[in-house]
Design a protein around this ligand. Structure first.
Ligand code: CMC
Length: 432
């Protein structure tokens, strides 16, 4: 970050002296006002619940231009990565800053493949859960439990240890997600098969059984890989900020990632694709396309509490670029599976058409986000609705760990400690 030519001056109407604050520029995107000395200089905090105008860190990993609808990983547009790189190359890029070339790519794929197995003890840990537990509850527990298995080798101040933790997390997450699924079904776990691709291996661990050979469908494998790439990182979103805040205390990296998993679970974040598919199912059950108008009226009624799930985004005030790619993937998967006339897909397209013409959505700049079509694709692949956020977890793990490692290697990093505007009781005495 570099000092901009101008500075910000804060003046007060009560005659207190004004305060100058430095302004910094990034490489692209808005400048930031450095308020770090504001409290020392004025005795005041800034107030920004929900971080609407607050840059919590500097980062060189992901850039979003919400007005243009652009998403860059390390400078590369998401559309180009989705077409020209696979998920593991994207992981390498997010972790190291550059795309791997030639042998680097092969070595990285091999390295990840060599760490896919989890400690056998993990099975016994899993057994403590009810079979009907939500997979995200199970995953929060399993990822947190990794910290107990690898606690000794995770000195976060050691770059080599941070690298090992990153490799382990990326490699083991598909195994854990598939184990959480198989446990719920009561089927045997499938051990990873390392000659398969990352996505192919995951599909086999999810849908294969020891009783017969599982043949990976290349169209579904490609779709799965693309879903992973589209979800790999997304700047300082709620779960990433959670991982950074949790990790800022110097905690075990697996524990910090578990905090991210817990945050991602919520329906306003990673749970949105699950909520979106449920919404589509409910509209379908109540009469399908014919009932779309009625549903939209409820969405626009502030008192109904109904939202159009998969629409709107804190940062994108234009089409989410991931949504376009997801719609294309959706077309490819449905065609491959002979589901071109899938009623939920048709319903989603109709909802999108109406919303994009409706004044309510147009004036608020509400566009489809990545989750609008991802639920339709995942469900066509055979992934049950309650596993959707687990897939997102798997994919976002690389983003979390890349951001955590970036934070720890930043010389300006400090433990995160927000302040508050206190509105509770003033000091009083206990009367007894
Ligand atoms: N349906 C109906 N109205 C909406 C929606 C929606 N999906 N999203 C926002 N609005 C309205 C909102 O009521 C508000 O209206 P008004 O100005 O009249 O009060 C206006 O649009 C601005 O919304 P906001 O709540 O101030 O925006 P936000 O930045 O706080 O919320 C959001 C962003 C994603 C939480 C929200 O758009 C939402 O709940 N969307 C549905 C859930 C969803 O799809 N989430 C996935 C996000 S993408 C995945 C990820 O990156 O994690």
């Amino acid at each position: 970050m570099k000092l901009a030519d101008n500075k910000a001056t804060l003046s007060f109407s009560n005659g207190s002296p004004s305060i100058d604050m430095p302004v910094y520029s990034g490489n692209i995107g808005p400048d930031v006002i450095d308020v770090r000395k504001l409290y020392a200089d004025s005795g005041m905090f800034t107030y920004d619940p929900g971080y609407l105008s607050t840059a919590s860190c500097q980062s060189g990993i992901t850039f979003i231009d919400g007005d243009k609808g652009e998403l860059l990983y390390r400078g590369y547009p998401i559309e180009q990565l989705a077409d020209k790189a696979d998920f593991l190359d994207t992981c390498y890029l997010l972790l190291n800053g550059e795309l791997p070339v030639g042998q680097q790519s092969k070595d990285f794929h091999k390295l990840i493949n060599q760490h896919t197995m989890v400690n056998e003890q993990m099975q016994f840990f899993l057994r403590g859960f009810r079979r009907d537990a939500h997979p995200m509850a199970v995953l929060t527990g399993l990822v947190g439990a990794l910290s107990a298995f690898y606690h000794d080798s995770t000195d976060i101040n050691n770059p080599e240890h941070r690298h090992i933790a990153a490799i382990r997390l990326i490699a083991k997450m598909p195994t854990l997600v598939a184990m959480a699924y198989k446990y719920g079904l009561g089927q045997p776990y499938m051990y990873p098969q390392n000659n398969l691709s990352y996505a192919g291996n995951f599909l086999r661990m999810m849908f294969g059984t020891p009783c017969e050979e599982y043949v990976v469908n290349p169209v579904l494998e490609r779709a799965m890989d693309r879903i992973f790439t589209l979800h790999a990182d997304h700047e300082q979103n709620a779960s990433t900020s959670t991982v950074r805040l949790c990790g800022s205390s110097g905690t075990n990296p697996f524990a910090a990632i578990a905090a991210g998993v817990a945050c991602l679970w919520g329906p306003a974040h990673g749970g949105a694709n699950e909520a979106c598919l449920k919404m589509l199912g409910e509209i379908q059950d109540s009469g399908g396309v014919a009932k779309v108008g009625e549903f939209m009226e409820k969405v626009k009624d502030k008192n109904s509490g109904v939202k159009l799930m998969g629409f709107g985004h804190r940062v994108y005030k234009n089409y989410d670029p991931r949504a376009k790619l997801m719609q294309k993937t959706c077309d490819e998967v449905l065609k491959e599976l002979g589901l071109e006339n899938d009623p939920l897909f048709k319903l989603a397209k109709e909802l999108e058409r109406i919303a994009l013409e409706d004044e309510y959505f147009v004036s608020r700049k509400l566009y489809p986000n990545v989750d609008f079509y991802s639920g339709v694709v995942l469900s066509a692949i055979g992934i049950p609705v309650n596993m959707f956020t687990g897939i997102f977890t798997l994919a976002r793990t690389v983003g979390w760990i890349a951001q955590l490692n970036e934070m720890i290697s930043d010389p300006e990093y400090k433990i995160g400690r927000p302040r508050q505007l206190y509105t509770g009781s003033v000091r009083r005495n206990v009367q007894r």
